[in-house]
Design a binder for this molecule. Structure first.
Ligand code: KG4
Ligand code: ZN
Length: 349
C-alpha cells in the first residue's frame, strides 16, 4: 500500500511529536499549511529539577496526549475520516517519551486504517521554515542546494539539501550541542530552566564583548562547545559570580555571542564551500534573537535568502513532523506498524 496518491496539496495529515518534553499534535494541509497546532509544554514540571527528567516527561505525555490530539482535530474542524496520513516522531529523542507518541500513532492507525509515517525529528526541524498559516507564504522556497543549520538541545547540525528530502549532514558537534551549551551556562549562572531563553533574557542590555570567551575550532564544518563551557567555569572560579545585574548581563551576552559566532562561522564556511542558494535555520536555539540577526546578516552578505521559522515553530512542534511525514510518505510510501523508536537516529535521504 502507498499513500502517495493521497499526499497532494489538499491532503490532511495528523502530526504527533513527543520526543522530549512537549506534547504536540497538528493538522497540516499539503506540504506546509497549518490547520491547527496544539502543544502542551511541561516546563513547569521540570523547572524544579533544572532539566528534563525523562520519566516525568513520558508520564506527562501519557496523561495529555489524547486530549492534545482531540484538540488539534477539533480546532481544524476535521475527524480521522478526513485525514490521509498520521506522522509521528520516531527519534532522536528520549525513548520513553518517543514511545508514548509512537504507541498513540499506531493505535490511531490500527483503529482508522490510516497509513503511518515514522519521522526523523531533525527532518522536522528542517521543514519548519516551509510551514505557514492559510493565506501566508512560507519563509523558505524550493531553492537548491539549500544549507540548513539545526541548533537544538541535542544537535548542532549543518545539513545540505540538494532536493526536497535529500539530506547530507556536512557538519555536526563533536561534543555538546549549542542548546546544551546555553542550558549548561544558564544552570552555572543560576538562571533557571529552560536555559536558552533564560540566558537570552539575562543577556539583554549586556555587552557581548565584555568577556573574551574562546570560539573553539573543531575542523571541517564541525562544532565544539565543551571548551566554551569550561571557559565559563574558569571565569566563575577566578571572578566569582557576577556582583551586579550589569556584570551578569555582560557575562551572559558574551557567552551567548560566542555560541552564535561559532554557529555562524560554520554556516558561512559550509555555505561558501557548497555554493548554496538558500540558508535555513531550525531547532530551538533559532528562537534566539542574536542568532536570528546574525543569520539574516550572513544571508544578506552571501546574497541568498535566509529562511527562519517564526518563533513558536523553532522549538519542538507537531506541524513540522506532519510536513516531514508527507514528504517522506510521498518518497517511500507509508511505514509498517512494527517500527521502533531510537534515541540516536541519523538523518538520511
Ligand atoms: O528543538 P528544541 O525545542 O528541542 C530539541 O530538539 O532539543 O530545542 C531546545 C533547545 C534548548 O537547549 C533551549 O534552551 C534552546 O533550544 N532554546 C533557546 C531559545 N529557546 C529555546 N536557546 C537560545 N535562545 C532561545 N530563545
Ligand atoms: Zn527539537
Amino acid at each position: 500500500m502507498t499513500c502517495a496518491p493521497r499526499c497532494n496539496s489538499t491532503s490532511l495529515a495528523l502530526g504527533l511529536e513527543t520526543s522530549c518534553d512537549e506534547t504536540s499534535a497538528a493538522v497540516l494541509r499539503g506540504r506546509g499549511e497549518i490547520r491547527s497546532l496544539v502543544t502542551a509544554t511541561q516546563d513547569h514540571l521540570h523547572q524544579v529539577f533544572g532539566g528534563v527528567v525523562p520519566e516525568v516527561a513520558s508520564r506527562r505525555h501519557l496523561e495529555v496526549i489524547t486530549r492534545v490530539v482531540q484538540e488539534a482535530l477539533d480546532t481544524a474542524a476535521v475527524g480521522f475520516g478526513d485525514l490521509s496520513l498520521i506522522a509521528v516522531t520516531q527519534g532522536p529523542g528520549l525513548v520513553g517519551s518517543l514511545l508514548v507518541g509512537v504507541s498513540a500513532a499506531k493505535g490511531y492507525s490500527l483503529a482508522t486504517g490510516l497509513p503511518l509515517a515514522a519521522v526523523n525529528h531533525l527532518e522536522g526541524h528542517l521543514m519548519s521554515a516551509f510551514l505557514h498559516y492559510p493565506g501566508e507564504e512560507p519563509p523558505a522556497q524550493d531553492l537548491y542546494p539549500t544549507l540548513g543549520l539545526i541548533a537544538s538541545g541535542g544537535h548542532s547540525d549543518l545539513v545540505l539539501m540538494q532536493a526536497p528530502g535529500e539530506y547530507r549532514t556536512v557538519g555536526q558537534t563533536r561534543d555538546d550541542a549549542a542548546g546544551e551549551a546555553l542550558d549548561k551556562a544558564a544552570r552555572l549562572l543560576g538562571l533557571g530552566f529552560p536555559g536558552g531563553p533564560a540566558l537570552e533574557k539575562a543577556a539583554q542590555g549586556g555587552n557581548p564583548h565584555a568577556v573574551d570567551f574562546p570560539r573553539p575550532e573543531a575542523g571541517n564544518f564541525d562544532f565544539s562547545f565543551s571548551g566554551l563551557k569550561t571557559a565559563l567555569v574558569r571565569h566563575l572560579q577566578e571572578h566569582g559570580t557576577p556582583k551586579s545585574e550589569q556584570e551578569g548581563a555582560d557575562l551572559a551576552a558574551s557567552y551567548q555571542q560566542a555560541v552564535v559566532d561559532c554557529l555562524i562561522r560554520g554556516l558561512r564556511r559550509a555555505a561558501r564551500h557548497y555554493r548554496v542558494r538558500q540558508l535555513l535555520l531550525g531547532g530551538g536555539v533559532s528562537a534566539n534573537q542574536v542568532l536570528r540577526r546574525a543569520f539574516a546578516a550572513l544571508a544578506a552578505d552571501l546574497g541568498v535568502p535566509g529562511a527562519c521559522p517564526p518563533l513558536h515553530l523553532c522549538t519542538d512542534n507537531a506541524a513540522m513532523i506532519a510536513a516531514a511525514g508527507f514528504l517522506q510518505a510521498s518518497r517511500r510510501g507509508p511505514d509498517a506498524l512494527d517500527f521502533d523508536v531510537f534515541s540516536v537516529l541519523a538523518l538520511t535521504s
